[in-house]
Ligand binder design. Structure first.
Ligand SMILES: [Zn+2]
Ligand SMILES: [Zn+2]
Length: 424
């Protein structure tokens, strides 16, 4: 009975596993262009839901950036209002960008500089010459000894900076917030923090390869069934925001399989009936925060899938053997395109064993393939009964040993025979 139950359990698990893998494999058979348009629609809906009808100022630059990047139609009025505010701001602060946080002014906020510069680039306004101000130059000349950024906005500072300055900012970011093996610390470690960190490395990932590897591993530790959790201590349940951020991070560093896979989790488990609007814990109630985080994250995913690369997954595999080639068929999860790879026939991997002769049986060297079990024998050594000495090949150490033992055995036999004779 126990056996029956356990074998039933094994069957159930096997069925579940095969279903879940089918779930991932399931090809939608749409073109990459159609898929991209679908993602763009979701992104646009998310952006409109969160930011539609708002106007933006210097202090809300990162929101404006999110809105623009969601694909929103930015009308002239919106653009004019923002640029007027920026002009007034620069006039007031002698060309500097100054963040105000709870009444405190900070003229060394790298994140806000980054946001302003990126907004201007999106609006096709030159940040090096805006109303006579060179914002890029001011950005590069902040007092770096006291400069800082909200850890969630280093992402914008690094993206906006020129190559050398990027490195300087990234080093400061890592030193202040990253612990190898644990991730980004911003009031604790979490999936969201480390995902935001990894996304920040988008334009510098080649310079920080060991951090990319470390952060990827850490983020995947937060994955549970159907999504990602925030952190073990408090938000130990899968949620839309953590899942979206994980997708964003893998998109930013160019991991097509992971980002597509996590995108599927996000859509299946957290997107509500309204395309592009997401629920925090499930797909029932729209959450503005989750939708905002989805909008930020879907932008990175959209940018990444724009290149149209196939997202392959293995659908069948016949391993190569010692006698014939194998093949692996991979299928694109988006468009269903198949690609077959021939797996070259393998060479036998013979393991050699020397079998010593005995009094009655000859010795030999056995060669047995560890892959397929094929075997053959050679270097036969005659059984010792029939004049072991002559047949022993002394060319290697094993045989020298055999030779020596054979000599001893023969000597002993002679003594034995002599004694026998004397007894007779
Ligand atoms: Zn494809
Ligand atoms: Zn073999």
């Amino acid at each position: 009975m126990k056996k029956l139950v356990s074998s039933l359990l094994v069957c159930t698990i096997a069925v579940m596993m095969s279903f879940s893998s089918i779930g991932i494999v399931q090809a939608k058979q749409q073109t990459h262009e159609e898929f991209l348009q679908e993602v763009e629609r979701k992104l646009k809906n998310a952006g409109e839901y969160v930011y539609g009808g708002q106007s933006f100022t210097v202090s809300s630059s990162s929101d404006f950036l999110n809105y623009i990047r969601s694909g929103a139609d930015i009308n002239d009025q919106l653009k004019k209002d923002y640029l007027n505010d920026l002009k007034d701001h620069l006039n007031k602060y002698n060309g500097k960008i100054v963040a105000t946080f709870y009444g405190n002014e900070n003229e060394n906020d790298l994140g806000l500089y980054g946001a302003v510069i990126l907004v201007l680039k999106e609006l096709e306004v030159n940040p090096e010459n805006f109303e006579g101000y060179n914002i890029v130059n001011t950005f590069e000349n902040v007092d770096f000894s006291i400069a800082s950024a909200n850890p969630y906005y280093y992402r914008l500072a690094i993206e906006a900076a020129n190559p050398e300055y990027k490195i300087k900012i990234t080093d400061q970011f890592i030193e202040g917030y990253y612990t190898f093996g644990k991730g980004m610390d911003n009031f604790g470690y979490s999936c969201d923090n480390t995902s935001m960190f990894l996304t920040s490395l988008l334009t510098v990932k080649d310079n920080y390869a060991q951090y990319v590897t470390d952060a990827k591993k850490i983020i995947l530790n937060y994955e549970k069934e159907n999504g990602f959790i925030g952190e073990e201590m408090y938000t130990n349940y899968v949620n839309s925001d953590s899942t979206a951020y994980a997708m964003m991070a893998f998109s930013a560093i160019g991991d097509v399989n992971q980002s597509y896979r996590i995108y599927s989790l996000l859509i299946q488990n957290f997107e509500t009936e309204n395309s592009g609007l997401f629920g925090y814990k499930d797909n029932q109630n729209v959450s503005e925060y989750s939708t905002k985080d989805a909008a930020i994250s879907l932008y990175y995913f959209k940018e990444f899938i724009k290149n149209g690369d196939h997202v392959y997954t293995v659908v069948s595999r016949d391993d190569a053997t010692c006698y014939q080639d194998g093949k692996e068929i991979r299928e694109c999860m988006i468009c269903g395109h198949q690609e077959t790879t021939v797996l070259k026939q393998l060479d036998h991997q013979y393991v050699t064993t020397v079998v010593n002769p005995t009094v009655n049986n000859q010795g030999y060297t056995l060669h047995k393939c560890s892959l397929c079990g094929d075997e053959y024998k050679d270097q036969f050594v005659t059984a010792m009964q029939n004049s072991a000495i002559q047949s022993v090949d002394t060319s290697d150490q094993t045989n020298i040993l055999l030779y020596v033992s054979a000599v001893i055995i023969s000597g002993m036999s002679i003594i034995y025979l002599l004694r026998k004779k004397s007894v007779l």
